[in-house]
Design a protein around this ligand. Sequence first.
Ligand SMILES: Cc1cc2nc3c(=O)[nH]c(=O)nc-3n(C[C@H](O)[C@H](O)[C@H](O)COP(=O)(O)OP(=O)(O)OC[C@H]3O[C@@H](n4cnc5c(N)ncnc54)[C@H](O)[C@@H]3O)c2cc1C
Length: 325
Amino acid sequence: MAVLVFAESTEGTFKKATREAVYFASKIAETIGKELITLVMGTVADDQLAGLGKVGAGKVLHVNDSRFDRFDSGAFAKAVAEVAGKVQAQVVVMPFSANGKALGPRLSARLKAGIVPGAISLPETNGAFVVKKSVFSGKAIAHFVIKTPVKIISLNPNSIQVTTVDKTATVEPITVSVQDSDFKVQVIGQEKEAQGVPLPEAEIVVSGGRGLKGPENWGMIEELAKVLGAATACSRAVSDVHWRPHHEHVGQTGLTIRPNLYIAIAISGAIQHLAGVSGSKYIVVINNDPEAPFFKYADYGIVGDAFEVVPKLTAAFKKYFESNN
Ligand SMILES: Cc1cc2nc3c(=O)[nH]c(=O)nc-3n(C[C@H](O)[C@H](O)[C@H](O)COP(=O)(O)OP(=O)(O)OC[C@H]3O[C@@H](n4cnc5c(N)ncnc54)[C@H](O)[C@@H]3O)c2cc1C
């Protein structure tokens, strides 16, 4: 019996969401007194695999097969199900990433296992196996009981705080009986977003809303983000009118983020927006309306015109960093 975590790799490395899932699974294994097995598929260097020890992995099983360098939910589900059977997994964990969202339900069908996608905290395991996830735009928390012998949980990114340890994982190769014909998806091209700090991983996020009036005014947002080494984000109202790309939109229907610092500029603070950012450690709100709902959730608030405040803030940060470097 074991806890199996699918450690999704991206171009040979592990993103924050994967490291969180491994850590989360290690805590479940610890709580229920089972071994944690970490499964990695595709081309990943040994030092990367061993490095998963830092976030709680003990034994890493590595399917070193380049066919798994590209995600295919059908082939991946078949492989993970096979390994879950081999190690007699009682709990299977994965990140609630785009790939995790595609993999989870297929795995659930294969293993006849109950699944809770997007868990936000460690399950309760005394008696019933209870998994929590946030519902109604973060206004409520639903408690789901998984009753099947095998249980699947995908972890909502940025829901838990990872504490790293000084440990190296042991790596063992493993093969799976997946055929070429199991891979149904053919990737014919890939377009990368512009370089910069990836939004889900960013410790500081500078975000703009409809109050910025138009895409031509985003220069000051980008400049502030550059000075702070931050990622940029936006409200849905902004991405809906194509001022900014959809992958920058945070909230109920966009990304959930949990940076150390979230700077919300000219964003009203609708509940659907808050659903994606309320886990931020510190929230700074800049809005010219003192009644804007966002101020209720702010650690620091500046009532003022963004077009005056933001350039001043950027200049002040620049001066600060210059004199402290
Ligand atoms: C089912 C559903 C799902 C949704 N999902 C999301 C989601 O995931 N994410 C999301 O963001 N929204 C989502 N929404 C939309 C959400 O309800 C709001 O409409 C949206 O967040 C508003 O965006 P905003 O705050 O940028 O714009 P507005 O509500 O128009 O607010 C603009 C703000 O800018 C301020 N402002 C104006 N001029 C200035 C200035 N010069 N300086 C400073 N401040 C200024 C105003 O006072 C105002 O507070 C969803 C809605 C629905 C119905």
